[in-house]
Ligand binder design. Structure first.
Ligand code: 13P
Length: 251
């Protein structure tokens, strides 16, 4: 089963509007710039409109870093999937470990968002991953499996095929410590098997990404693994030249 590689940049809480415009200027790409790989940039909400304009007609797709699960209503501070669609977003990150930690997002809540994203026509990038303690105690595999099951439990098999999962071990995020490609592969394979247990053959269509200190030096080795279909890139997606280097290496 051929799965199209996906390289997504998560800017987190970085870049003013001026910074975002400067990045877009340096990252300008034609519509056929990277055949065979999907490229997504996920800026803060505040930069989406400017990037919608800047990336129109280019090979760069837009994603958001979060969304709420209701379509509209009295939910102060929240953003719905249809609002993201207005800004030409095709993807949305859901359940990033930073939101699980700092905003206290729970699996059930994350599951509602995954479902809402699909219903509202967006591709959710569901983030999962263990912390250092869980890893040292040998609990990583069970923990990550649980995260996947709890977030996907209410989806039909067909819906699950439309989800992207990003395995991001927390100890590798922003630390410069990458999981070895073998470690990352083992977990991505386990994630695929977990989805296969829930949804059967659809698991072979699902794209599974690795995230955590990805850069242009380590991406090629990670991408060589059979169950790693791309990367969710944090720090290295902030610089146009570095991010472009990752995409080139991924191809
Ligand atoms: P870094 O690439 O900065 O380690 O961040 C990874 C990440 O959290 C992407 O969502």
């Amino acid at each position: 089963m051929e799965r199209k590689p996906l390289i997504a940049g998560n800017w987190k809480m970085h870049k003013t509007l001026a910074d975002a415009r400067e990045f877009a200027g340096a990252f300008a790409a034609g519509p056929d710039e990277w055949p065979g790989v999907d490229v997504v940039v996920c800026p803060p909400f505040t930069a989406l409109a400017a990037l919608q304009e800047a990336f129109e007609g280019s090979a760069v797709m837009l994603g958001a870093q979060d969304m709420f699960y209701e379509k509209q209503g009295a939910y102060t501070g929240e953003i719905s999937g249809s609002m993201l669609q207005d800004l030409s977003c095709r993807f949305v990150i859901v359940g990033h470990s930073e939101r699980r930690e700092f905003i206290r997002e729970m699996d059930e809540f994350i599951g509602l968002k995954v479902h809402a994203a699909l219903i509202q026509g967006l591709t959710p990038i569901l983030c999962v991953g263990e912390n250092l303690k869980q890893r040292e105690q040998g609990k990583a595999l069970g923990f990550v499996r649980g995260q996947v099951e709890k977030a996907l439990v209410d989806l039909s098999s067909a819906e699950m095929g439309g989800v992207v999962i990003a395995y991001e071990p927390i100890w590798a995020i922003g630390t410069g410590k990458t999981a070895t490609s073998e470690e990352a592969e083992r977990m991505c394979q386990a994630i695929r098997m977990t989805v296969a247990g829930m949804a059967g053959g659809v698991a072979q269509e699902m794209r599974i990404l690795y995230g955590g200190s990805v850069n242009k030096e380590n991406i090629a080795e990670l991408m060589r693994e059979p169950n790693i279909d791309g990367a969710l890139v944090g720090g290295a997606s902030l610089k146009a030249a570095e991010f472009r280097g990752i995409i080139e290496q991924a191809r």
